[in-house]
Write a new protein. Structure first.
Length: 333
């Protein structure tokens, strides 16, 4: 069975500090995830000067400046920082990923050799952006928050027509609210996406807990993405809707356990339970002392443990047969 690919989303929770970014990488490594993901953008390419913060961002930040541009400008990672973080990830044997939010950022990440490109939910209707990534013919992970099925279909068509193989695309069900209310998760839509478009699927989670991620794995998710932070009380737009280190570790452990528990789909006695077959099951036994030549009947036969004798499913076959020897009470027939 293919292992679930777990992405720890550091996003902008580094707060513009390379030292914090490295600490986040350390936490991701310790938790046992497959990849740690940041965000690559130039604020001037991403938002206009008068774009307002989302309400959840206003709620999570104490400053009075409501400008997205001002907020994002502080969170940019330059080329040298990218190189240093990639090198640090390589030394820790963890995959470095980053979501590009503009064309310059796509080129930067491509030049740095990234083999997996994560498309955020906000770019699913950005035709030139999708075409740019599609032309790279890399592995693509497409988030679908705020999207309907028609928009997902259009985005997939653009990526494939631009040159990306469909088998190299994984579509993530997502909800773009931080945090996502449980009643808005709609996890069954994840499976609908996979079945409708015959594509690998997964889940990008913005709920506060880890139970939805575990459920998604049980429902066939091949990729799980989850925001994490060093401390939910830190200043910044995404910290409060992120997992703290011990929670991230718990999520990874639970997912790996669920992977094991899902098994092969073949129903048969497992290795661990096989020794209990004789103990827990029953056999046909003598209900009382039986003499050689007597006829077996419901009066002199019973069904009791252990299960290493004649299977009780052969009851009708045994009734009416003649005892070939003497039996004492409780002796296996």
């Amino acid at each position: 069975m293919k292992k679930v690919f777990i992405i720890a989303e550091a996003g902008v929770n580094h707060n513009g500090s390379i030292e914090l970014a490295k600490k986040l990488i350390d936490v991701a490594c310790e938790a046992g995830v497959d990849a740690v993901k940041f965000q690559t953008f130039k604020a001037s390419n991403l938002v206009s000067k008068n774009a307002q913060k989302a309400q959840y961002q206003k709620n999570n930040m104490s400053d009075e400046d409501d400008s997205q541009f001002t907020m994002l400008k502080k969170l940019e990672l330059d080329l040298e920082t990218h190189k240093e973080l990639i090198s640090y990830c390589n030394s820790k044997n963890i995959i470095f990923l980053s979501t590009p939010f503009d064309h310059d950022s796509i080129e930067l990440l491509s030049d740095l050799g990234l083999q997996i490109f994560k498309i955020p939910s906000g770019e699913i209707t950005n035709l030139p952006y999708l075409r740019h990534i599609g032309k790279l013919n890399k592995h693509v992970i497409l988030s679908t928050g705020m999207a309907d099925m028609g928009e997902i279909e259009d985005a997939l068509d653009v990526l494939v027509n631009a040159g990306t193989k469909k088998e190299n695309i994984t579509v993530l069900h997502a909800n773009t609210m931080y945090p996502t209310p449980m009643e808005d998760v709609n996890l069954r839509a994840m499976v609908t996406i996979g079945n409708t478009f015959d594509v690998a699927y997964g889940y990008s989670d913005h709920t506060l807990g880890i139970e939805v991620d575990i459920a998604a794995v049980a429902m066939g998710a091949s990729v799980i993405e989850k925001h994490f932070t060093l401390d939910k009380n830190m200043e910044g737009p995404d910290h409060k809707a992120s997992l703290e280190p011990f929670e991230l570790k718990g999520m990874v452990s639970a997912i790996r356990n669920i992977e094991l528990a899902l098994g092969s789909s073949v129903k048969k006695p497992s290795k661990s339970e096989t020794p209990n077959i004789d103990i827990a099951r029953k056999s046909i036994v003598a209900k009382c002392n039986i003499k050689k030549g007597e006829i077996f009947s419901i009066k002199n036969l019973a069904i009791k443990r252990p299960g290493n004798g004649i299977n009780p499913m052969r009851w009708d076959e045994v009734i009416g047969m003649i005892a070939a020897k003497d039996y004492s009470e409780d002796e296996l027939i």
